[in-house]
Write a protein that binds this ligand. Structure first.
Ligand code: U2P
Length: 222
């Protein structure tokens, strides 16, 4: 009897350890011009003004029913040594804009501890950040938009045209999030792409983020 109970307990343990702890990722990039024009204060990183390109915000495990897990493992802290080979790419592609000006470690620590720790069943710390960098390159979102004549020139663009340009370039519809600048203009702020649990392939979004965009949005200069 003891033996069978033991087998049962081991089986339960196995089911728990391989059970999916999230359903997909949001890969989220932010337009620095909109971040800086919004109510946020904005400070350039110590390494200087980021390029006029989308910067990575995060790679966020999500549930297909909405909602997300967060801060899943307090014992797993961000360790710069684990991503030392990625540092120059992180500075360029995942730049911090928060104040006071800093080198980005605070931002990456936050993203790892809040989100990355919830995907540890799929990706260790190095692979989590590397996956974000690879997705940024694969999506090439600024290129997708400029190719369709949508440029960061302070002009207003139809949100439908922005969505269409991205869908044509990568094959999947994005989620778009807007913010308001100090004159209450709706601005293109963040783009969400859905990604499978291996963090390598774009997929159709099981659930779209709430975007708060007007039908026409400004693509601000940076
Ligand atoms: O939207 C405001 C903040 O909520 C967090 N967020 C939002 C959507 C989602 O699917 N997952 C998620 O975590 C983000 O928090 P941050 O990572 O910036 O702390 C987002 O900025």
């Amino acid at each position: 009897m003891k033996f069978f109970l033991c087998i049962l307990a081991l089986q339960q343990l196995y089911v728990l350890s391989v059970a999916q702890d999230f359903d997909f990722f949001y890969f989220v990039v932010q337009w620095p011009g909109a971040y800086c024009d919004s109510r946020h204060s904005c400070c350039y990183p110590k390494t200087g003004k980021p390029a006029a390109d989308f910067g990575i915000h995060g790679l966020w495990p999500n549930y297909k029913t909405g909602g997300w897990p967060q801060n899943c493992n307090p014992d797993s802290t961000f360790d710069e040594l684990r991503v030392s080979d990625l540092m120059s790419n992180l500075r360029r592609e995942w730049p911090t804009l928060s104040c006071p000006s800093n080198d980005g470690v605070h931002f990456w620590t936050h993203e790892w501890e809040k989100h990355g720790t919830c995907a540890e069943s799929e990706l260790d710390q190095h692979d989590y950040f590397e996956a974000g960098l690879k997705l940024k390159q694969k999506a090439n979102l600024l290129h997708a938009l400029t190719n369709a004549g949508i440029k960061p020139d302070d002009k207003f663009y139809e949100i439908k045209d922005i969505e269409r340009a991205i869908k044509e370039a990568i094959g999947f519809s994005p989620g778009i999030e807007c913010n308001k600048d100090s004159s209450h203009n709706s601005q293109l702020y963040q783009i969400y792409l859905c990604v499978d649990t291996s963090a390598s392939n774009f997929i159709n979004c099981p659930v779209m983020p709430h975007g708060r965009c007007d039908s026409q949005v400004q693509f601000p200069k940076f």
